[in-house]
Design a protein around this ligand. Structure first.
Ligand SMILES: Cc1ncc(COP(=O)(O)O)c(C=O)c1O
Ligand SMILES: [Zn+2]
Length: 402
């Protein structure tokens, strides 16, 4: 692997070999980052070379592990100029395979699992990561063992089953699912693809950072609003910015990184508000943005550090604000977003109202998934929202039969 040289612990800095499967640092449980020989790449790899390359995240091959990609066309998603706010862009990750940005991380992780000859992969998931693992495992000919809350959106369960994964529905949260995977993985010979417990999901997600820069003409925006559960996208993008600086593609400027969470599960917001460097487990997590129902992020120390370094912030939005933003994006922009993605718009509105961002700040909002995966959630939300949401309104008329 010419570019990739080793893995490095984000807590103690120890190096680990990248030529075999790795999990987390055995000493302190720290997340391992893939490190590349960026000093030699600096002379050889330039933005000009990207023109004409494949329209997927694998266009950044030099800064990804060298292995035959298990690809379904993930990444290089549209960067859409908002019709409502002139300086805002919406990065539409709903157009990825399996309808969410989870495709990027799982494409990279499954690529490496296949490369290392692993056969049986297991994942605890809030929903979309399960569907993505199931799809990429199917494409790679590997087994996927999925543990997800029993009340995930129906699409997450059904797609996983169609892709041929073994699905276990758990009466609990993603944290309970993670415990089950951890307890059984040794005996079942599963490789654990949990968020940040192997090094390559971050590598897939970091391509969002490369794309933001490329699509904005190699100038970073003033802010990025990212719906945060486990936080891999934020962690990945921040890593990408550091790499791009070392490659000489950007300077030391950075966007303010903003974590948005649901008020029903906001451990990062709470820790940020209290000035802490790690979070506590959020009790009784509940939100219709199911991907944000993560009571404790494994990489909380990384997320909170990024918020601090970037002079960003963390914002909680209510489910009502999320649904209102989802409706707004659909009717105003023509973008039918996942509730998690719509949370980014709800946060942007708050940050404009508070003066954190001004009208002239260029801000990228991440729509992390497709609304089409949440029809049951949205139908239910409509039924309980009086006449505020389209699904609760009368259909204009039912005509026929002709
Ligand atoms: C649509 C969507 N957005 C955001 C998230 C949160 O992602 P992360 O765990 O990488 O922070 C998820 C996680 O499941 C999701 O499915
Ligand atoms: Zn360590």
């Amino acid at each position: 692997m010419p570019g990739l040289t080793h893995l490095e612990c984000t807590r103690c800095g120890q190096s680990f070999a990248a030529d075999r499967p790795q999990t987390v640092c055995p000493k302190d449980g720290g997340v391992l980052y893939a490190r590349y020989d960026l000093a030699s790449l600096r002379r050889k790899f330039t933005p000009e070379q990207l023109g004409g390359r494949v329209s997927s995240m694998w266009r950044y091959a030099e800064v990804l592990p060298e292995a035959a990609p298990v690809s379904l066309g993930e990444g290089f998603t549209p960067m859409l100029a908002s019709r409502e706010f002139p300086k805002v862009f919406i990065k539409d990750e709903g157009l990825n395979p399996t309808g969410s940005f989870k495709a990027r991380g799982l494409s990279a992780a499954v690529t490496m699992a296949k490369h290392f000859g692993l056969k049986r992969l297991a994942i605890p998931s809030a929903g979309n990561a399960a569907g993505a693992l199931a799809a990429y495992a199917a494409a790679a000919g590997l087994e996927a063992h999925i543990f997800m809350p029993k009340d995930v959106p129906m699409a997450n369960r059904i797609e996983s089953q169609y892709y041929g994964a073994r699905v276990t529905l758990v009466d609990g949260l993603i944290s309970d699912c993670a415990r089950m995977v951890a307890e059984r993985k040794q005996q079942e010979d599963w490789f654990d693809i949990s968020t940040l417990k192997e090094p390559y999901r971050v590598e897939g997600k970091k391509t969002m950072g490369y794309e933001v820069a490329e699509q904005l003409g190699w100038r970073l925006p003033q802010g990025i609003i990212y719906p945060t559960g486990g936080g891999v996208g934020m962690i990945g993008m921040w890593k990408a910015f550091g790499e791009m600086q070392q490659l000489g593609w950007i300077g030391s400027e950075r966007p303010k990184m903003i974590s948005v969470q649901s008020a029903g599960c906001a451990p990062i917001v709470k820790a940020w508000d209290e000035g802490k460097s790690t979070s506590e487990i959020w009790a009784n997590a509940a939100t219709s943005a199911s991907g944000l129902r993560v009571p404790k992020a494994y990489g909380d120390y990384l997320i909170l550090d990024i918020l601090k370094q970037s002079q960003g912030t963390a914002v909680a939005v209510s489910d009502d604000e999320i649904m209102d933003a989802l409706h707004r994006w659909a009717s105003m922009e023509g973008i039918f977003a996942a509730p998690e993605g719509a949370a980014a718009l709800a946060a942007y509105r708050k940050l404009r109202a508070s003066g954190f961002f001004s009208e002239s700040d260029q801000v990228v909002l991440f729509n992390t998934g497709a609304g089409l995966k949440y029809l049951d959630t949205l139908n239910q939300a409509g039924a309980s929202a009086g006449s505020k949401l389209p699904t609760s309104r009368q259909i204009a008329g039912i005509i026929g039969p002709y």
